[in-house]
Ligand binder design. Structure first.
Ligand SMILES: CC(C)(COP(=O)(O)OP(=O)(O)OC[C@H]1O[C@@H](n2cnc3c(N)ncnc32)[C@H](O)[C@@H]1OP(=O)(O)O)[C@@H](O)C(=O)NCCC(=O)NCCS
Length: 145
């Protein structure tokens, strides 16, 4: 990744990674100089090794539930702004589709992604284990045609 691309990948001035990832795009939401959410994407699979995957990315997005200020930042539009910006980046980069992996119990997150053009395309049972129980993995995809 060239220096310019790396700068664009950190629009909110988030700390740089020592080794920049291959295709990462990262954005953060700030409030009073504190990060209250971030969204990023990377290759779905290592496109340097398997170039057939070069048009597919997997994203992650998180908005802090309760910050040091004890404010709940979820549900007030921060995630929507971040995801819209990330989708815009992916479109500009010529990505054909985006994949999101959501905890199967997280109905709110599934609804959030659906509202942003993602559809459930798969459910992988008991892929994760947290808080003493198994969690399904719901794969959601947004096609860019
Ligand atoms: C999913 C997430 C990114 C949404 O961000 P957000 O800033 O809360 O979303 P917005 O305010 O833009 O949109 C609100 C919508 O998000 C959904 N949502 C998910 N969790 C929510 C919460 N705790 N409070 C309110 N809305 C929530 C709802 O569907 C809501 O839509 P509705 O008004 O129809 O009910 C955020 O709730 C989050 O970080 N969740 C935990 C991590 C996660 O699930 N990441 C996705 C894996 S890739």
């Amino acid at each position: 990744m060239d220096r310019g691309a790396r700068e664009r990948a950190h629009p909110a001035g988030l700390g740089r990674r020592a080794t920049p990832p291959r295709e990462c795009r990262l954005g953060g939401a700030l409030q009073d100089d504190r990060v209250i959410g971030f969204a990023s994407y990377d290759d779905f699979r290592d496109a340097a090794k398997w170039p057939g995957y070069r048009f597919t990315v997997e994203h992650t997005i998180h908005v802090h539930h309760v910050h040091q200020d004890h404010q709940d930042h979820q549900g007030v539009g921060v995630g929507g702004v971040l995801l819209d910006a990330l989708i815009e980046r992916a479109l500009e980069a010529g990505k054909h589709s985006m994949i999101g992996a959501v905890d199967g119990d997280n109905a709110g997150s599934i609804r959030f992604h659906e509202r942003h053009g993602f559809a459930v395309v798969g459910r992988l049972p008991e892929l994760g284990f947290k808080f003493g129980r198994w969690l399904d993995h719901v794969l959601m995809q947004r096609m860019h045609v």
